[in-house]
Write a new protein. Sequence first.
Lengths: 119, 506, 482
Amino acid sequence: MEDLEKKQQTNCKNSGNLISDETIEYVGILAKLDLSPEEKEQAKKDMGEMLDYIDKLNELDTAGVEPMSHVFPVNNVFREDVVTNGDDRENMLKNAPEVKNGSYQVPKTVEGERKDPCL
Amino acid sequence: MSLKEIRKFTAVQLAEKIKQKEVSVLEALQATLEQINQVEASLNSYVTVEAEGAMQQAAEVQKKIDSGELQSPLAGVPVAIKDNMCTEGLLTTCSSKILENFVPTYTAEAVLNLRQAGAVILGKTNMDEFAMGSTTETSAFGITRNPWNLEHVPGGSSGGSCAAVAAQECFYALGSDTGGSIRQPSSFCGVTGLKPTYGTVSRYGLIAYGSSLDQIGPVAKDVTDCAAILEAITSYDKKDSTSLNRRDTDFTSALKRDVTGMKIGIPRDYFGEGLEKEIKEAVLAAAKTLEKQGAIVEEFDLSLAEYAIPAYYVIACAEASSNLARFDGVKYGYRSKEYEGLHHMYKKSRSQGFGPEVKRRIMLGSFVLSSGYYDAYYLKALRTKALIKQAFDQAFEVYDVILGPAAPTTAPVIGKSLQDPLKMYLGDIYTVSVNLAGLPGISVPCGLDGKGLPIGLQLIGDCFQEKKIIQAAYTFEQTRERQLSPVAENGEAGLKRQPREQEEKV
Amino acid sequence: MSKEYETVIGLEVHVELATKTKIFCGCSTAFGGAPNTHTCPVCTGMPGSLPVLNKKVVEYAMAVGLATNCSITQYGKFDRKNYFYPDNPQNYQISQLYLPICRNGSVEIETSDGKKTIGIHEIHMEEDAGKLIHDEWEECSLVDYNRSGVPLIEIVSEPDMRSAQEVIAYLEKLRMMIQYLGVSDCKLNEGSMRADVNLSVREAGSIQLGTRTEMKNLNSFKAIARAIENEKNRQIDLLEEGKNIIQETRRWDDIKEYSYAMRSKEDAQDYRYFPEPDLVPLVISDAWIAKMKEGQPEFRTEKMERYKQQYGLPDYDAEIITGSKYLADFFEAATELCQKPKKVSNWLMGETMRLLKEREMEPEEIQFSPANLAKLIALTEEGSINSTVAKEVFEKIFDEDIDPDSYVKEHGLKTVNDEGELRSVIEQVLKENPKSVEDYRNGKEKAIGFLVGQTMKAMKGKANPGMVNQVLKELLAREVFG
């Protein structure tokens, strides 16, 4: 990934060039997608083209413009701290591919690989 | 009254006939089911048709109408729902293999509102997988064909909803619009589709694509239906934090043939390179018509139009990469049969469950959010969004309504679009900025091109100004005859009538 | 060791808030339900579900921020932290990265080296993950989402601590404050308070920070102290060998007393944070802050003063009891029932503390009710049981929360106040111990002690000691002159 980090330092003119095999590999890990060699090649091409096109945004001077995540100034939407839901386990588990003992069954997780930052 | 005659009614007309006891709810349902029987095998507008459940609902609704309990202007009318809205007990797939077996345990708020209004839900319509696409060709359950010409796509992503309405396989439908997914297929299918102001219709139960852009809206035979449906589905929902508590939601009150003094702006940048000549002419002719009706029409520079697409794809794909992370084979949906360990199970399930377009957008979205690129792409896009909103704000200081095309082309031939994704994305040029700025927009039919394919006129309003675009669209609509698709006009026979062959004959 | 090293420690403390419902849905946060019985579409990440913020969570986070001298962020947002793991149903956690609710606070601690201020970098709100249970029979794990969506605050300190002693003092101070606020029970062993330790070492006198590691899975103060000692030594050893320290997350195994790196190929540590589009910004007005300030509860120093004034407790008692919100609440509840503050205090400071220590428990793990302690005090006050019996009964209360009234009755532990019965027992004791009676007569007054003991033994401890003494003396005197 060092390679990638170095590239991040460079400015984003012709971003398509940023998309190396390693980038596709890395993004595949992030997105949990396992691409075939052909798919990887295609993804490299598509993503490269798309990023080159997105570079068009660099023509715009956005200095001093606040990034707008919410389009309307609506604030403070709350719920009161009142229990409204009962036991609906049967319904919640209805769609699960594998169920055991009232729980969702998954392949064994190894403690060491746990990623949860708040354990 | 014959089933064919019944099918010709708009939703509001049909409800009135039902109220007057000229048509029963069951007959209305049978009228649509008959058409589905005749044309669905060719069109594939639906992922799921739930005839039996619809029969039951029809009986219940009839009872409530008879007892006077149901008074709504849509009571008893059969409706189709885009397959990205959760319906309790009814398969909801987003046209994706990863949700091929997903049966929700609850119903989307917008659909609940329709039920309240006495709608009879007869099925779930096909769409681009997870609403990602402009042609309904990315569906895992087959393409949908355009009822005006079966060799053409219906547009997307709400292609199934628009095709079903155009083919009279339902009286109206719900679609969702993240970057034009109601307005563009409405224009391709010659129906009327409205994308409301962000926050007007609850998103609770709508399977998210781009959360900050998604809105549910009506797809209908005319503007009157659109207004009535919007009135029914609009609600302030405490389960959706972005839901707005609006007071001016009596949209049907805007169904007036009057644009006197209304200021309509035509953005010059919407008529540049890439726009088909016939569309340009049809749309400018529509502007002339409105001018004749008393509107003040002016050209102006909206600016920034060309930046809307890159900004849109960064934001939508980033949100999608996160929204679609939950599809992992643990709680619901598809799980790969063979895997070694947890992460392999994730990767196999997702790689086998998602189609290429969805994977393409998840990859792009994950990349633009990844360490080191967030500022350059994601924040840059959010800043661009702010500028686009500003540009619209300035325009709406002057104009009541902005007028332009809904799409640069009419419906393309099946199989031509997905080869070049970037080119396909460019087709969203007139629709995406409306989503970025949270504005309402409507697409109304304004003619046919030389191939006999519909052209859509787009009217854009300032936020909360649905009534203005409804009034302008209604006024325009009153000046012309409603045109039916060949499939609607002639049923099965219409399927065989291929304008392309005709053209060659001519 | 050729060089002197300094250890630099910062803490990330997660505290589960004691709200009735989860942070984004109306599911109960109650502990101990059967797996997945406290879940709904929102906290299991069902497609189409949306979060709505629990107002109480904001208020609790603000309360902790105000108590730790933080400034409250008046325009805040939530962000998504993206990572795949089955305990995280959406595969993203809703948290706060860019605009956390509280910033720039401080906490004063006291150790044997004196007082010191520890900086608080920020406090943010987030949702907890579900629980993974490793199946014993099959190669699989089971997911329970009952804890998924339980509200957490994460309190991030500055790297201001230099020793395990300071870390523990800081954690104890935080825990006490949070318990006083009533926003969490802060039980380390149950996971309602969790601390991750960020630690680096540097040569003494250096201003630059060394490379740090993050240590997880620390479930007790003792584990924290051991892990700090271990990690400090591990890092120093590496430096001494001329090796580099890798910035990584490590997991502490308290049984084997060592840590190991939590790394995998699949672990990119790139969380792709971005503003949560499903939640709207949080705007906190001056008026809201003022209202929260007004509503802050009585803290330790105020409580200590009141205990001295209102209950007449000595300084020492007041200090010990107010050292834990649990003890203080317990004290007040029991006193309210029996109106004997000093007696309650004595039981808490004496036997309770002794048993807590013996059982390696924290005050918040006390299982018995104030009512049963109040009853026990009433029994001793009215002379129904003597102090030996009382201690025995108290241990039963401590372990099993028995009702002392019925326990004393069932086990016949009531002090015998029937003089007739006592007289006949004492007469028998005197008859059986002529040597001691002789000694007493001959002026060896100490001999009476032995006779008291024998009487108590015969009475199985149930005799009223005062009465035993009195009757013994009377009968011994009668023998002399009779």
